[in-house]
Design a binder for this molecule. Structure first.
Ligand SMILES: Cc1ncc(COP(=O)(O)O)c(C=O)c1O
Length: 431
């Protein structure tokens, strides 16, 4: 067990011992106004650019420039099967079989496509269960799906709420609700890591509880993919969707990911919105009228994908493959534990930490509920080149990302919070 200390020398010692420290050099770190590198703790919103992305995208531009349409077959990485070059990497990242994953579209679009197939309400079983604090886009998507089927969210949406006075949901409370209301729930859609509190849910237990009641179980992994280890196949999710611009460092609005469990691979009778890229590859260019879906997640594709964006995703996934989620998680646990230790050491009750204290129930993000001077504190961090983010009404989210953040970054951030709140860190203590 690492015994943390509050002094800056400790952070430097940790950086010197960090086996992943060199990976920071593989990313572009933005500079603040004074020309110094920012302390970037905002990978929960937009991950930094891997340096390899530029060459990867340039290669596609070059192939387009010199090969034009021939690039579909003769580009360095041919465009026609381009998404297939990402399949194994995506499968490793989320703990899936290759047939279960595909890179396509963006996150909310994929959630809709999944609901078209997997939300099949009947008057008796029409409800969707989501976290009360689900990301607004998920809420809009779910509401609109319920209405699309002629039902009313007022009596078809079940919200999972924490107990009074608590920020996190207890797994046993989720299980109890599913047991109580499960027979009327068609779909449980839950974030792997909640965007606001940073809580990492016990997805396996939730899937088991949902399936025991005959519900479909889907996950929004926007804040989980690339942040925490996932075993989607073994955990038995029916489907999952994630974006690639947060912890997957693939650039703003870049191509998202989608998982469909193997048991649905050949469920061709499910309703789905179709397009030619989901059509059987052997006959796609015969240009026939009858849609024959590819077995597996690929069969949910609609359009041919944006190659420039996929090139960025591929370059980023190469890095994940090089390091592996286990090593990233190992550093992440240490780094976020260190952030928590430093914050706990501040002699102030200006904030509370919303994120669960149990490291198994969180990723790298800690969310601070600011009781006083929240916005001022956030603005002062930004002014001193420390990039976190602010979520209404009172939350500062801080996410040390093991790929590119140092322990010194974490120390500097907490020092700045302490200074803004007029506090000095207390003496060291064991975590
Ligand atoms: C949990 C969650 N769901 C959905 C979205 C929306 O993503 P997109 O705009 O890529 O559809 C976000 C975006 O940050 C998110 O954090």
């Amino acid at each position: 067990m690492t015994i943390f200390r509050t002094d800056i020398e400790f952070a430097r010692e940790m950086d010197a011992r960090d086996p992943l420290a060199a990976y920071r050099q593989r990313f572009h770190i933005p500079k603040s106004n004074d020309g110094e590198e920012c302390v970037y703790l905002c990978g929960n919103s937009l991950g930094l650019q891997p340096k390899a992305v530029e060459a990867a995208v340039r290669q596609e531009l070059e192939d387009w420039k010199t090969l034009a349409v021939e690039g579909h077959l003769h580009a360095k990485t041919p465009w026609l099967p381009y998404h297939e070059f990402l399949t194994d990497q995506l499968a490793r990242l989320v703990g899936a079989l290759p047939i279960e994953v595909v890179a396509m579209n963006s996150l909310t679009v994929n959630l809709h496509l999944m609901m078209v197939s997997f939300y099949r309400p009947t008057p008796q079983r029409r409800k969707i269960a989501i976290e009360a604090s689900a990301f607004p886009s998920d809420r809009y998507a779910v509401d609109s799906q319920i209405r699309f089927h002629g039902f009313d969210p007022a009596d078809s949406l079940v919200e999972l709420r924490p107990r009074d006075g608590e920020a996190a949901l207890r797994t046993e409370d989720i299980e109890r609700l599913i047991e109580r209301e499960g027979k009327s729930i068609a779909l449980i859609l839950i974030g792997g890591v909640n965007y606001y509190t940073g809580q990492f849910f016990d997805l396996e237990r939730i899937a088991r509880a949902g399936h025991a009641q005959g519900c479909i179980v889907g996950f929004d992994l926007a804040h989980a993919a690339g942040n925490v280890p996932l075993q989607l196949h073994d955990w038995d999710a029916d489907f999952a969707c994630w974006c690639s611009y947060k912890y997957l460092n693939s650039g703003p609005g870049s191509v998202a990911g989608c998982f469909v469990h193997e048991r649905h691979a050949s469920a061709f009778d499910l309703p789905r919105f179709c397009g030619w890229w989901g059509h059987d590859k052997a006959t796609r260019f015969k240009m026939g009228h009858d849609f024959q879906p590819i077995a597996g997640a690929e069969g949910w594709q609609i359009s041919n994908p944006p190659i420039l964006s996929l090139a960025a995703v591929k370059a980023s996934l190469d890095l994940f493959d090089e390091v592996g989620m286990e090593r990233l998680r190992e550093k992440s646990l240490l780094q976020t534990g260190y952030l928590e230790f430093l914050l706990d050491g501040l002699a102030t009750d200006a904030f509370t930490i919303l994120t669960p204290r149990d490291p198994r129930q969180r990723g790298c993000q800690l969310s601070l509920a600011m009781k006083v001077r929240g916005r001022e504190t956030f603005d002062s961090l930004a002014a001193s080149g420390i990039v976190c983010d602010w979520r209404e009404p009172d939350c500062i989210r801080i996410a040390p990302v093991p790929f590119y953040n140092s322990f010194s970054d974490v120390h500097e951030c907490v020092e700045a919070i302490a200074a803004q709140l007029g506090q000095r860190p207390r003496h060291s203590k064991a975590p």
